[in-house]
Design a protein around this ligand. Structure first.
Ligand SMILES: Cc1cc2nc3c(=O)[nH]c(=O)nc-3n(C[C@H](O)[C@H](O)[C@H](O)COP(=O)(O)OP(=O)(O)OC[C@H]3O[C@@H](n4cnc5c(N)ncnc54)[C@H](O)[C@@H]3O)c2cc1C
Ligand SMILES: CC1=C(CCC(=O)O)c2cc3nc(cc4[nH]c(cc5[nH]c(cc1n2)c(C)c5CCC(=O)O)c(CCC(=O)O)c4C)C(CCC(=O)O)=C3C
Length: 486
């Protein structure tokens, strides 16, 4: 290590999560396309690649200990899947498990048809739902007539929903769905950074309900790339791989043969004579001509500290969550699992925040006769769970699924996974802070690029898209450097 005596350019990718692996994959591709000779190194602090993505194969079950799937309409992951020759592995959700529930006053209620990320797009089922009071519904319908907000600045998701639909719809319907994605506090989360389409729709049409109802009359033309997806899964909103998300990691690792791996934590980054010096926790150092840092905000903060435009990295909240998997014999389970699961409003005061009926939603995840349930624990403002032992966590999870679903059967096994500081919170003003940081990096850290879930999208497809952008920027930086040897 540290022995980089040859004159080839050095690219170092910091972090071996999906962002870092994708960055390494695409920088290699871009350099090859440009005919630029360079060595690529990935520095990952743990012994394993994949970061938050972790699949466990146990007793015939396919268990996701982190993310479990991705949005099919987001093309960067579909393109990567095709590039890696993995499209045959794609699988969609069980079309029969299309029912979703929301807990209200301690009971599961069907989510009204046509609810799109909390916005009602179908009037009849919305008017019939028990999830809102008459007053709450009347207030939500004000969206039809309320004028649009004049300012074009950022605002919170909660503020936006409360303004257009009222607090009851926000609390009972929108918050539990939206927070499922971010484990966040809707009054802190940035609308522009999370659901910019809502701000766009309001600006163009005023009423969101009017706009979404009109949009249903003109559905978008399906993208041609979707033909990559096996025909029987093309209508699935979410996709994964038959053997789990590990398939994508293995595919990337296979394609990255020849890329050097260093197991270490990068503890410092400095610029010296037009190159970078990375210090590692073992005391060694690495030199680099270009650096792509694909780390959570708290990993980036010590590397890019010391100027006001990067202060937010250290201050950014990353919420801790736990994932609790319970496996059962189906015939001992006192519930039909007739849907994909349920979400819980904060006002219900439960320990779990959501529950997925994994083996109903994803048929590949459990062997014949077995069932898999996944419970989500922790969100912004609900971090006390971290003090509990695994045993205490399981006890509380089981109390919730008993009281809400009547499940009292003894699980075959449970798996508790703690994902500490794993859910980045995009606070109001996030897009401006990113722009400020990128400007400063471009002037003071040429050749260094930051990417990952801390920036423009937490979903796996967005991580891949951002990593590809960073990789192309790094390759073109090296390509325009006249010292590069061809
Ligand atoms: C519980 C949960 C469920 C989710 N569900 C979904 C889902 O269903 N669908 C979806 O699309 N997205 C989901 N997400 C989001 C998605 O999983 C993440 O946003 C994404 O995996 C982040 O990838 P990353 O590579 O940017 O970061 P990470 O996965 O955090 O990778 C960063 C890597 O950097 C390493 N590292 C950190 N510091 C250093 C250092 N100083 N030096 C060297 N290495 C370092 C870490 O060990 C890690 O391997 C979920 C997230 C969580 C937490
Ligand atoms: C953990 C979790 C739960 C709780 C556990 C569980 O329930 O399993 C949950 C619940 C729900 N999520 C729901 C709906 C949606 N979730 C979306 C997008 C996403 N959710 C995610 C995570 C979760 N979501 C993620 C990581 C994304 C992709 C982010 C990205 O990549 O950016 C999108 C956007 C689609 C688009 O943008 O096209 C929609 C419409 C509904 C309502 C269903 C109905 O309508 O019947 C419910 C109950």
């Amino acid at each position: 290590m540290g022995d980089q005596a040859n004159n080839r350019k050095q690219v170092v990718v910091i972090g071996g999560g999906i962002s870092g692996l994708s960055a390494a994959y695409y920088v290699r591709k871009a350099l090859a396309d440009a005919g630029t000779d360079a060595d690529i190194t990935i520095v990952e602090k743990t012994g394993a690649f994949g970061g938050k993505i972790r699949t466990l194969h146990r007793d015939g079950f396919v268990i996701e200990q982190g993310p479990d799937s991705f949005l099919a309409r987001k093309l960067p992951i579909i393109e990567l899947t095709r590039d890696l020759g993995l499209e045959g592995e794609l699988t969609g959700t069980n079309p029969k498990a299309n029912k979703t529930y929301i807990v209200h006053k301690g009971k599961l209620h069907r989510m009204p048809k046509g609810l799109s990320l909390g916005v009602p797009t179908d009037l009849e089922p919305f008017l019939e739902t028990d999830l809102l009071s008459l007053q709450g519904k009347a207030r939500a319908l004000m969206d039809f007539v309320l004028p649009k907000r004049e300012e074009t600045t950022d605002e919170s998701i909660g503020g936006f929903f409360e303004r257009r639909f009222g607090g009851e719809l926000l609390r009972n319907l929108a918050e539990p769905i939206l927070a499922g994605i971010y484990a966040g506090d809707t009054y802190k989360l940035s609308l522009q950074a999370t659901f910019p389409q809502f701000q766009q729709l309001e600006r163009e049409h005023g009423s969101l309900m009017k706009a979404t109802m009109a949009a249903k009359l003109n559905p978008p033309v399906p993208s041609p790339v979707s033909e990559v997806i096996p025909a029987e899964h093309r209508s699935s909103v979410f996709l994964t791989y038959r053997k789990g998300l590990v398939t994508l990691l293995d595919g990337l690792r296979g394609a990255l043969e020849g890329v050097r791996n260093v197991q270490a934590a990068v503890t410092g980054l400095s610029r010296q004579e037009g190159r970078y010096k990375l210090t590692l926790d073992g005391g060694e150092a690495l030199d680099a001509d270009a650096v792509i840092a694909a780390l959570p905000s708290h990993g980036l903060a010590p590397l890019f500290g010391g100027f006001p435009q990067s202060d937010w990295l250290g201050a950014m909240d990353n919420v801790s969550v736990a994932n609790v998997i319970l496996a059962f014999d189906k015939d001992r389970l006192d519930h039909p699992l007739d849907g994909s699961g349920f979400v819980l409003p904060r006002t219900e005061g439960r320990f779990i925040t959501a529950c997925t009926w994994t083996s109903s939603k994803w048929l590949h995840t459990a062997p014949e006769g077995k069932a898999l349930i996944r419970c989500y624990v922790g969100r912004s403002g609900e971090q006390d769970w971290m003090e509990l032992t695994d045993e205490e966590i399981v006890t509380r999870v089981r109390r919730d699924i008993f009281e809400l679903m009547g499940v009292k059967a003894e699980p075959l096994f449970v798996e508790v996974t703690r994902l500490l500081r794993s859910m980045p919170q995009y606070a109001v003003g996030h897009p401006d802070r990113i722009a400020g940081l990128r400007d400063r990096l471009a002037s003071d850290y040429p050749g260094a690029f930051v990417t990952g879930a801390a920036f423009e999208g937490v979903g796996i497809p967005d991580c891949i898209r951002q990593a590809k952008d960073a990789a192309n920027a790094a390759a073109s930086y090296l390509g325009t450097d006249d010292k590069v040897r061809k």
